[in-house]
Structure formats: structure tokens, C-alpha cells
Design a protein around this ligand. Structure first.
Ligand code: ADP
Ligand code: MG
Length: 412
């Protein structure tokens, strides 16, 4: 009998500590501890992120193994995110992976975080249902966050619910009910789900990246277009900040956009070569629109302006979201046409955006294309995608040396 291939994946590139276990290509567990400490700073604070990773990594890995019912001695390899990301954050995951791999005498597999996002489309969940769970944070962190209970996107809602304070002494506990709420009801079908056929184009949109990736095989990808300045998620977050919305602003924009008029405002669209993107001009256009409105209404703050224009925030969000989605889809369509590729996928945190998801569905109908939109649980950072990428690299015998160091920036 062939030996099982059991991969432990570790993700710590930004502000989510995550561990996942995949056995023979099927996800057994995926545990994510999200760091809410950054909210009050309006962005991720690298030093706080790496400290929180240090605090989270042991219980997160332990929980992932327990939930998977896997003894660490049975692991075939440790897959970890080597980059790109915040160096201090990556260092925690990389060091932990090295220690564990050395102690178990198993190989390490390095994974490019962006490649992981693309391969999230291939994660197959077990027939028992959702294998993902979110951990409650340490009591200190929970205290400061209990006040803020407005639900965000499904992932955000899930995180918040799953972190609700219970008075328990235990630092980390899974709240399966809350975690379970944010997944599609057809999870039992996941193990049989349809996956993209190679080659396909993947629009990778997150807080730090906006790229069109030509995916030729699991381990063969080429970036054919990318942002020349800001990422789409960054544009959402910065515009949200201008409106006084909390960080990360993307889910808030999405939520408010549902009640706004997408035609209310017209923002500048970039003219960039090839299949590249640019979002810094849109950010400026958004800012100037707001500034001009404030001057015209003789006010000094967005709140004062909103008193005079009751649907201001909603309309701005709807118009911004429409513009971002149009920019993203236009280049993707061009690339698909010129590469003659009829299968497109979307990945990364911004793929949780309802406007973008709707645009993908519309694209599928209009161009009779096969479109792949990830479940919400795999849009933002998670270790399931890292374990998945590790699973394919493991089969290629693509291991990494023990002296591998993390990298902040790279291409696929
Ligand atoms: P990175 O790995 O680059 O840090 P993630 O893949 O974790 O980024 O995605 C985070 C980004 O996704 C943030 O910019 C956040 O605002 C954005 N985001 C999450 N949900 C939504 C949404 N519903 N609409 C728009 N943007 C969103
Ligand atoms: Mg990411």
C-alpha cells in the first residue's frame, strides 16, 4: 500500500497566522487566527504582527493537527510561505517550519504566497464538510475589539463572531458554529468539485497585489500583467480611510456600495500598457472629488458633508467599487482574448468583493467562459492554499534547504 502524503501548511506572511493539513490532496483542517490589533492603527503594524504570530503559531499548528486527527510523526513534509510578505511575520512561520521539519526529519517545501492564492482553487475539502476554523484571540486582544461588532463581509462576520468573548480562560478556542456559518452549504460536494483546467488566467487581487497570472500548471505560472503602483485592495483600503471607515476598508466599501448609486460619481480610469494595472490615479480622483464637494458645500469634514448629502458614503463606495471592477475586468478580458483562453479565475482578498464576484459571473455568461470564484473561506490568507501548493511541489520532489530565508518581494 502506498504511503499517505500528509502536508502541514503554515502561513504567516501578513496578519493571519494559519496552519492546515492536507492528506492525499484532501483538506483535513485549516485553522486561522486573525490579528485584530491593527484595526486601531488603520493598517498592519509589522512589529505587532510578528509578535502576534509568535504568540499564535504553536496553538494554531497544534489545533490544525488535532482537528485533522494527524500525529505530527506522520507528516510527510512541512510547507510554509517563504514570501512575499512582511519579513518579521514570515520569519516566525519560516523558523517554526524549520524547527519542526528538523525535529521530525521531514523535508521542507517553500511556497510562494501568490502561487498559493492561485492554487486555492484546487483545495478539496473532505466530504464531512467545512474543515476551516477561526480561533478566538488572546483575551487582551478580545477586550479592545468587543466594542466593534458591525458585521463586515462574510469572512469578516465570521471572524468577529468566532472571536466573541466568552469568559473562558483558555487562550484559543475554536468556535465551530461561528466558523461554520461562513462557508457554502454544499461543502460535502467540495471533494468532487470542478477545478480549472490548464492553461487558465487568474486575476490575483489582494491588499498587496493586482496581477493577471497565466497558469500553465500547478508549478508553472507567469505574471503577464500587474499593477505599476497600488494594488486594488490598497485602493479600497485608502479610499475607505478617507471616508473615516475602519481598516481594512475593502469589506466596508463592499457593504456600503450595496446601498449606493454606482453612477453617482465618475472617477478617472488609468491608461496603462499591456495587461498592467494602476490604481493610484483613481485614489487621487476619489480624494479630489471629495475635496471639491467639501469646498462646494463649505464644510471641512466628511461627516459635515454627509449631513448635507445623506447618501454620500454609499454613493461614493458604489461608484468606487464599480470603477475598480471595470478596470480589473477590462484588462482581464483583453488578456483572455489575446491569449485565447476561455477559463478565468479570481483569487486573493479582493475576490471576496460582491461586485467583482458578480462581474465574474457576468463574464462567464457573456463570453461563455468557465469562471472560478473561490469560496469566501479561501479568499483571504489561509494555510490551506499553502498546504495545497506544498502538496504539488512535494510530488515534484521540490524541497528547500534548511537555510532558506524569507523574502519580502518576488514574482511568481
Ligand atoms: P494580502 O495577502 O496582500 O495582505 P489579502 O489576500 O489578505 O491581502 O487581502 C486583503 C485585502 O482584501 C484588503 O485590502 C481588504 O480590504 C480586501 N478585501 C477583503 N474583502 C473585501 C471585499 N469584500 N471587498 C473589497 N476588498 C476586500
Ligand atoms: Mg494574501
Amino acid at each position: 500500500m502506498e504511503k499517505d502524503i500528509i502536508i502541514l501548511g503554515i502561513e504567516s506572511s501578513c496578519d493571519d497566522t494559519s496552519a492546515a493539513v492536507i492528506r492525499n490532496g484532501v483538506l483535513l483542517s485549516n485553522v486561522i487566527a486573525s490579528q485584530k490589533v491593527h484595526e486601531e492603527y488603520g493598517g498592519v503594524v509589522p512589529e505587532l504582527a510578528s509578535r502576534a504570530h509568535q504568540q499564535n503559531i504553536v496553538p494554531v499548528v497544534d489545533t490544525a493537527l488535532r482537528r485533522a486527527g494527524v500525529d505530527r510523526k506522520d507528516l510527510s513534509a512541512i510547507a510554509f510561505t517563504r514570501g512575499p510578505g512582511l519579513l518579521g511575520s514570515l520569519l516566525v512561520g519560516v523558523s517554526f517550519a524549520k524547527g519542526l521539519a528538523l525535529s521530525l526529519g521531514v523535508p521542507m517545501v517553500e511556497v510562494n504566497h501568490l502561487q498559493g492564492h492561485v492554487l486555492a482553487h484546487f483545495v478539496r475539502e473532505g466530504s464531512k464538510g467545512s474543515n476551516s476554523s477561526y480561533l478566538r484571540e488572546a483575551p487582551d486582544d478580545r477586550q479592545s475589539r468587543a466594542k466593534d461588532s458591525i458585521p463586515l463581509c462574510p469572512v469578516g462576520t465570521c471572524l468577529r463572531n468566532s472571536m466573541r468573548a466568552t469568559g473562558s480562560q483558555s487562550q484559543f478556542q475554536i468556535d465551530p458554529q461561528a466558523a461554520g456559518n461562513c462557508f457554502t452549504p454544499t461543502l460535502g460536494e467540495e471533494s468532487k468539485k470542478e477545478v480549472p483546467e490548464f492553461p487558465f488566467l487568474c486575476l490575483l487581487v489582494s491588499g498587496g497585489n493586482s496581477q493577471i497570472v497565466l497558469v500553465k500548471a500547478y508549478n508553472d505560472m507567469e505574471i503577464i500583467g500587474q499593477t505599476i503602483d497600488d494594488a486594488a485592495g490598497e485602493a479600497f483600503d485608502k479610499c475607505a480611510k478617507v471616508l473615516g471607515l475602519p481598516y481594512p476598508g475593502g469589506p466596508w466599501i463592499d457593504r456600503l456600495a450595496k446601498q449606493g448609486n454606482p453612477e453617482a460619481f465618475v472617477f478617472a480610469k488609468p491608461q496603462v500598457s499591456g495587461y498592467n494595472y494602476s490604481f493610484s490615479g483613481l485614489k487621487t480622483s476619489f480624494l479630489y472629488t471629495l475635496r471639491d464637494l467639501m469646498i462646494a458645500h463649505g464644510v471641512n469634514t466628511v461627516d459635515e458633508l454627509a449631513e448635507q448629502m445623506p447618501n454620500l458614503r454609499e454613493d461614493l463606495c458604489a461608484s468606487l467599487q464599480k470603477t475598480v471592477v471595470e478596470i480589473l475586468m477590462k484588462q482581464l478580458r483583453r488578456a483572455a482574448k489575446e491569449y485565447k483562453i476561455n477559463t478565468v479565475a479570481v483569487a486573493g482578498g479582493v475576490s471576496a468583493n460582491s461586485g467583482l464576484r458578480a462581474a465574474f459571473e457576468d463574464y462567464g455568461k457573456r463570453y461563455r467562459a468557465k469562471v472560478f470564484i473561490p469560496p469566501f473561506s479561501f479568499t483571504t490568507d489561509n494555510a490551506a492554499m499553502i498546504a495545497e501548493a506544498g502538496y504539488w511541489k512535494y510530488q515534484d520532489g521540490d524541497f528547500c534547504p534548511i537555510d532558506a530565508v524569507p523574502y519580502a518581494k518576488t514574482r511568481i
